[in-house]
Design a protein around this ligand. Sequence first.
Ligand code: PLP
Length: 385
Amino acid sequence: KEYLSTAVRDMPPSGIRQFFNAAEASKDVISLGVGEPDFQSPKCAREACIRLLEHGSTMYTPNEGLYELREEIAGYLANGFGLHYEPAGEVLVTVGGSEAIDLALRALINPGDEIIVPVPAYVAYEPLARMAGGSIVHVETDEEHSFKLTAEALKKAITPRSKMLIVNFPSNPTGAVMTYEDWLPVAKLVIEHDLIVLSDEMYAELTYGQKHASPASVPGMRDRTVVISGFSKAFSMTGWRVGYACGNRELIGSMMKVHQYTALCAPTLGQVAAIACLRHGLEDMQYMKEEFGRRRRMFVRGLEQIGLPCREPQGAFYAFPSVAGTGLASQTFAERLLREAKVAAVPGHVFGPGGEGFIRCSYAASAAKLTEALERIDRWLRANP
Ligand code: PLP
């Protein structure tokens, strides 16, 4: 008899955490490893939380989240992205975007269903998809197509067992953004093959040129798409653990069934803080976004200057420079960079096929840290031709 679940035993540890832990352990390391803004959460969110604590109103909320928050989310998505959901029944507040991803997979996947994931991709999809009983089919995206998902590439991955397509634009780790026009041929295929789309839009607000377009906004796509997002990134609220999922009633209802047993509800403090963000924190978000935009330009230019070619990311807060020119595998590059230059970055291979030859650097770190990191990498590269 196996002591541990074999599915969990065989689950690899997160390649991001490995570098994060190493960076935490040593104070003189500059961490560009983990995707976390260095800003404080908006003042309005912190104040709302303090008020709540003072009143002692710290009980469970309804399973699906505070109605006021669901109403704010629905209004926010309608104004910002042209997405329309009913607060009652089509919006579910979750424990970060992470729980929403897990719930969507558990609510939709049957054993043997194939889940198509464009790679390089965020590290959580694959292990969670496997736990839900699905099998993963990769679609490689590449620099030549700005790491966007093309209909041609998707078509090759579709089989009669294809059930779901997971997309994440703006992308972690590549920073790729899909326009509305980019979605049209992809959506056509999705509809033709009766797929469901899990659209992870955690970075929807963080685009630096063209505006974010959700696949759910394409005609015929709304009811076959689960939109997932949250407050962690754009509102700098990582530790509050509030995210959400939106979709048709049946889908959200099924996710809610699982959520009521596993989480009961998202943290009450976080939910109240999230309401404050949407009511009073939009300027804070805009400020942070503009600051990320400035850091992005500075950091990408700096990488180019020190000999690490880097396509300009269009969204999120990651640079994905190529290290292929150094002749080192991305894992070796990242390990040596950490040990010898004291800079933590994530090797591209942890994001799946297509990630080898790159490293992911978060530019959500402060400008001073980014400058120091560039100097350290430069010195290290010069000393190690
Ligand atoms: N989705 C993507 C693409 C992410 O990058 C992250 C966090 O890194 C998450 C989801 C999880 O976000 P949350 O903190 O809301 O659980």
